[in-house]
Design a binder for this molecule. Structure first.
Ligand code: DC
Length: 215
């Protein structure tokens, strides 16, 4: 069974998804890292990020492995490297191309298959596109100022003011939610949780209650 957890950056998606997966004893798959490593592959190969064929070539010639949250690219551990603002921007750009998304979505589905079919999968389009039949779909939101404050602890935010972080989040939200291919939006049957005033524990518990209600 797949539990889909979608939402914009800074809502606590990764922490919540990781904790839910741990409690359920299933793998956690952060699909943002698939777009980030695609962005890294494109940058390293010198591909024009706006050229879908060049990006696809870069992805196809990269050897990528994602296991237990650790990401390797051509044998090198890039788990931390892909957390920079530069890579986040590249990820957001390559993620606008339908052909690139198609390739990456196929890879995401195989990852879940290869891991036994049970997983907590987090992203932007998991409930709408990647696993539209997931029995539990969660969409996390939070007020912009809360998201910016939460992001301030991340590597991407090092040395930046909260206003700068808020500006970057807003720009990325705009790219992610206005792109034609699989824009960021809740699935019609998603449970929407506003995490602004909730602790991580409370959000995790709410999702676990919903998951236990399925069986
Ligand atoms: O969650 P994140 O910040 O690591 O995601 C990086 C970028 O990848 C994000 O700006 C949009 C893209 N993305 C996507 O288009 N679809 C997903 N399922 C996950 C991420």
């Amino acid at each position: 069974m797949v539990i889909a957890i979608d939402g914009p950056g800074g809502v606590g998606k990764s922490t919540v998804s990781h904790r839910v997966a741990e409690a359920l004893g299933v793998p956690h798959f952060d699909t943002g890292s698939t777009y980030r490593v695609a962005g890294l592959a494109a940058l390293e190969s010198g591909a024009d990020l706006d050229d879908p064929d060049a990006v696809l070539d870069a992805i196809d010639s990269a050897r990528v492995d994602i296991e237990d949250g650790a990401v390797t690219f051509d044998g090198e551990d890039v788990t931390e490297t892909i957390r920079t603002t530069e890579i986040a921007g590249a990820a957001s750009t390559v993620a606008t191309h339908p052909d690139v998304r198609e390739r990456i979505v196929a890879w995401q589905r195989s990852w879940v298959d290869e891991h036994g079919g049970n997983a907590v999968v987090e992203g932007r389009d998991i409930g709408t596109v990647v696993f539209p039949d997931a029995p539990l779909k969660i969409y996390l939101t939070a007020r912009p100022e809360v998201r910016a404050a939460r992001r301030s602890g991340d590597r991407e935010a090092a040395g930046k003011s909260t206003a700068e972080i808020a500006g970057e989040l807003a720009a990325r939200d705009h790219t992610d939610s206005t792109r034609k291919a699989s824009p960021l939006r809740p699935a019609d049957d998603a449970v929407i949780i506003d995490t602004s005033a909730l602790s991580i524990d409370a959000v995790v518990q709410q999702i676990l209650d919903l998951a236990h209600g399925l069986s």
